[in-house]
Design a protein around this ligand. Structure first.
Ligand code: GLU
Length: 470
């Protein structure tokens, strides 16, 4: 059997981080089994359609390297087909017209609520005569079409992650499959499309597991072979509530705009519910695809741990080529072409977890705060030592050429050797130097600061400090 999977988001605005995981697991499964990964846009809920959402979804997927092999298929374009399927189900006595008004349904729901019963359609129209119902529908009586699911017994289902699952039919509603606007609901459209697209495996969020009986009922009613199903564990906030916008970002584009790297996001969401090994966290998606085993995905909800995402992102940031790192920072608007700020971005790389932290660190490494002469004196030293050390170090670096300032590591090594050779201590020499360069109690090292400022600016800051102490 050839493997064909699909990612089937609704175009409600943006790619949700949970959607990214669904898309990724489908992609991994397709790559692992030499199959096809398709994109299907489930846009039959016209009230939730957002302009530009499809392009936005595609952009986010592509940014994360998950370009679909097929699609996007647009579900609403198959509306006639879905209607025909619904009429076929009526013919097979597996669906029926329902003329109940919203008022009546609200009333029923209210009564059920008062009795603490689950809210379900009371099947009022289920036994109308088919001819009567068809006549009413033909003259334009407002109606929906509902599934006629069994009322007794239970359905046994197999999930690739959960194993056997059994749900009593008594818990399954007579689901609306065609709404009063003539559009199919997700349940009918997705099921028929999965069949028509020859989808072999459906990998989606756990929230759809309770709908599986209805979907299987449709497959069975048509005599179609159903795909295999895998329902992915819920994503949770650290307090174990369902992952929500209120507790932080959920849109992939927002993460990307802040300077989370696609590789880090993909690596992170891959591990939300699955880890191929017990001793490793860093994987490319190609490595994950080789190891992917859908049956090993966890059943329990996966906590969205922002610290882990930050840790992964810091790792990926450090492994970028310097030029790529600078380019990304520029593309996202956290940096410009200014040489001094670029050097500041280079030294900041070790300290950031996400590129959006750059502007503050660049500001810190490129400006001198106002400070008083006292600050130049190291705590175990005195004013006159501070002054003579700063003077010596000024004379020492004034001899160096501009290139020397471009290599912070070598600069540090040589300067420390020189300090030792002079019989100075690191503290009484480097403290005044660092304060002269930054004006701050805390800052990057003097070598990093000299690398950022360059020779002339470094000397002029030191001169200004010496003047303060004069
Ligand atoms: N359109 C559904 C969603 O947005 C897809 C569910 C499925 O994959 O069957 O979650």
């Amino acid at each position: 059997m050839s493997v064909r999977v699909r990612f089937a988001p609704s175009p409600t605005g943006f790619l949700h981080i949970g959607g990214l995981r669904s898309a990724l697991y489908n992609w991994l499964f397709a790559r692992r089994h030499g199959g096809v990964f398709a994109l299907r846009i489930e846009d039959t809920d016209r009230s939730r359609f957002v302009e530009g959402a499809i392009e936005n979804l595609q952009r986010s997927l592509e940014a994360c390297g998950l370009k679909p092999d097929e699609g996007p298929f647009i579900q609403s374009e198959r509306r006639e087909k879905h209607l025909q399927y619904a009429y076929d189900l009526i013919e097979k006595d597996k669906a029926y017209y329902c003329f109940c008004t919203k008022e009546r349904l609200d009333e029923v729901a209210k009564q059920q609520q008062a009795l603490k019963h689950p809210i379900m359609y009371d099947r009022h129209c289920r036994n109308l005569s088919k001819t009567d119902a068809e006549n009413r529908a033909a003259v334009g009586d407002e109606h929906v079409i509902r599934l006629k699911v069994p009322t007794e017994g239970s359905i046994k289902m197999r999930d690739m992650i959960r194993g056997d699952v059994e749900i009593p039919w008594a818990q399954v509603d007579d689901q609306v499959i065609i709404k009063s606007d003539g559009y199919p609901t997700y349940h009918l459209a997705a099921t028929c499309d999965d069949h028509d697209m020859a989808i072999s495996h459906v990998i989606r969020g756990e929230e759809w597991l309770s709908s599986l009986p209805k979907h299987l009922f449709i497959f069975e009613s048509f005599g179609w072979q159903a795909p295999q199903y895998a329902h992915l564990p819920l994503l949770l906030n650290p307090d174990r509530s369902k992952l929500s916008k209120r507790q932080g970002d959920v849109a992939v584009e927002d993460y990307l705009a802040k300077g989370y790297l696609p590789e880090a996001l993909v690596n992170f969401v891959a591990l939300l519910g699955w880890n191929p090994t017990s001793d490793r966290e860093i994987f490319t998606k190609e490595e994950l695809a080789e190891l992917f085993d859908i049956t090993k995905v966890n059943k329990a909800g996966a906590v969205f741990n922002t610290e882990k995402l930050n840790w992964l992102n810091a790792h990926y940031l450090k492994s970028l080529d310097e030029s790529v790192y600078l380019l990304k920072a520029r593309e996202l608007g956290f940096l410009d072409e200014d040489v001094v700020r670029m050097r500041a971005a280079i030294i900041a790389r070790e300290r950031i977890t996400v590129l959006s932290e750059l502007p503050a660190l660049i500001e810190e490494a490129t400006t001198v705060s106002d400070y008083s002469a006292d600050m130049l004196v190291w705590k175990k030293s005195d004013a006159s030592t501070a002054k003579t050390r700063l003077k010596s170090v000024r004379d020492y670096i004034a001899e160096k050429d501009e290139d020397w300032f471009g290599k912070p590591l070598a600069m540090e090594e040589e300067t420390r050797t020189w300090i030792a050779g002079q019989g100075f201590s690191n503290g009484d020499t480097l403290w005044p130097l660092r304060v002269a360069l930054s004006g701050r109690e805390k800052s990057p090292s003097p070598f990093e600061l000299m690398f950022v400022a360059g020779k002339d600016e470094s000397l002029s800051r030191i001169d200004a400090a010496l003047e303060k102490m004069a």
